[in-house]
Design a protein around this ligand. Structure first.
Ligand code: ZN
Length: 174
């Protein structure tokens, strides 16, 4: 297992649409292990493969917020089948948009169809935080970030601030 670098906004990789996984094999399981390690290390509750630069429709999550009782969840090729009409508001953050939070409305309940860690087809009815988190991560697979739901002015301001504070590892000072 390995910790990977999480890509932060602005970066056009985050805007890519991820492609479906054909089979869940060793390579995909290793990727999921690395993603989970990376997510725990960054204190996140969800991570999409594109956030570490891999455009595959893979998500890992753990909303248990409990060090002792970890509850990792793996979603390959997730698809939302039914969205509840009632909304739920949650203050969202994102490992790719560090230090910014905003209240976002999303359907309170949804049904998700996906392949698990072993490539088995599964169905899950998600509610509350789990529903919010799955929808947030699924957006990543489409190249959408939560800041896209904010006003243009607010979004521009956040991106501007993020670019200002961005580390520039590619910069060489001699
Ligand atoms: Zn995110």
């Amino acid at each position: 297992m390995a910790i990977k670098t999480i890509i932060t906004e602005p970066n056009k990789i985050l805007r890519q649409k991820s492609r479906p996984v054909e089979t869940v094999g060793e390579e995909e399981r290793k990727l999921m292990d690395d993603m989970l390690d990376t997510m725990y290390q960054a204190n996140g509750i969800g991570l999409a493969a594109i956030q570490i630069g891999i455009a595959k429709r893979i998500i890992v999550m753990d909303i248990s917020k409990d060090e002792k009782k970890k509850n990792p969840m793996y979603f390959v090729n997730p698809k939302i089948k039914n969205k509840h009409s009632e909304n739920f508001t949650y203050e969202e953050g994102c490992l790719s948009v560090p230090n910014y939070f905003a209240e976002i409305d999303r359907p309170k309940k949804c049904e998700v169809e996906y392949l698990d860690y072993n490539g088995q087809k599964q169905m899950l009815i998600a509610e509350g935080l789990l529903s919010t988190c799955i929808q947030h991560e699924l957006d990543h697979l489409e190249g959408i970030l939560f800041i896209d739901y904010l006003s243009k002015l607010k979004k521009t301001m956040i991106i501007k601030k993020l670019s200002k504070h961005k580390d520039r590892p590619d910069r060489i000072i001699v």
